[in-house]
Design a protein around this ligand. Structure first.
Ligand code: AMP
Length: 273
């Protein structure tokens, strides 16, 4: 991969890079399309990174659809697929880790200790291997995008971090590889996330300034759905610092993480006034 990338750079071709964990859907494809429109070459990685999963998380059952992924990447016109093995990414003796302090303990960080260090470290490695001009991430994982931008700035990684809009199903559920874990009933119940985010956004657009009132309304809606087994967070945040807000600002992030059965789902919405 390093040699392939070096060859492109020597020919003055710009590389766009889309890191993924596979089980590709239209969310991933939208990042690929954006990369293709802005770069000469588009590289996609598929790597289910063990170090970003907690002990009781879904690493072992994370969906693997390599054949259909490859077909989708060919149809999308991707130039290179990079699919490293864990043993190549983390050979014996591997002992480095990147911590993006502060940002990594908020929102999902509280419920997934070590997750964002795993993400930051693997993304740093992938960027060093691929050395793209631009790398593409989804707003769906908003906290991840904030952390990667921080890391790239702090560590002088010479790559533009591009954040692309969340792609949704027709009814509003954010596309996610983990949606495949849901039964039909759970899939219907999951729509409560989008409804709660929309309701919060509408309250803000209608002039609500009290973030606590927005938070309460979203939580009341989520609590009313019997198939929601745990609400990890649902609140109003500063999109730059990820701090919870008492008062709505000009740019406000609404974000939710919950479980339906054992499936953990996240989603968010940015509201600009
Ligand atoms: P994943 O394979 O889930 O690690 O996701 C790889 C990239 O795709 C990340 O940057 C995600 O934020 C992005 N992504 C995942 N789902 C969506 C979606 N529904 N819309 C846009 N981007 C997404």
């Amino acid at each position: 991969m390093q040699q392939t990338s070096e060859g492109h750079r020597l020919r003055s071709r710009t590389i766009g890079f889309v890191p993924t964990m596979g089980a590709l859907h239209e969310g991933h494809i939208s990042l690929i399309k954006r990369s293709k429109s802005e770069n000469d070459i588009t590289v996609v990685s598929i790597f289910v990174n063990p170090t970003q999963f907690g002990l009781n998380e879904d690493f072992d059952k994370y969906p693997k659809e390599t054949d259909s992924d490859i077909q989708k990447l060919e149809e999308a016109g991707v130039d290179t697929l990079f699919m490293p093995d864990a043993s190549n990414m983390y050979p014996d003796g591997f002992s480095s880790s990147i911590t993006v302090g502060g940002l990594d303990s908020k929102l999902c960080g509280e419920f997934r200790p070590g997750h964002f260090s795993g993400v930051a470290t693997v993304v740093c490695k992938l960027l060093n291997i691929t050395r793209p001009a631009r790398a593409y991430f989804g707003q769906k994982d908003f906290q991840q995008s904030v952390i990667i931008k921080r890391m790239a700035a702090d560590l002088n990684i010479d790559c533009q971090i591009v954040v692309c809009p969340t792609i949704r199903e027709g009814d509003g559920l954010a596309k996610s590889s983990r949606n495949s874990y849901l039964s039909a009933e759970q899939r219907a119940a999951a729509l409560v996330i989008y409804r709660a985010l929309n309701t919060g956004a509408e309250m803000i657009r209608a002039g609500e300034k009290d973030a606590g009132a927005v938070k309460k309304q979203m939580n009341d809606m989520l609590a009313a759905e019997p198939l929601v087994s745990e609400v990890q967070y649902a609140s109003v945040y500063d999109p730059a610092t990820l701090d919870e807000l008492a008062e709505v600002k000009r740019e406000t992030l609404l974000a939710v993480a919950l479980r339906i059965g054992s499936t953990r789902l996240i989603d968010n919405m940015l509201v600009s006034l």
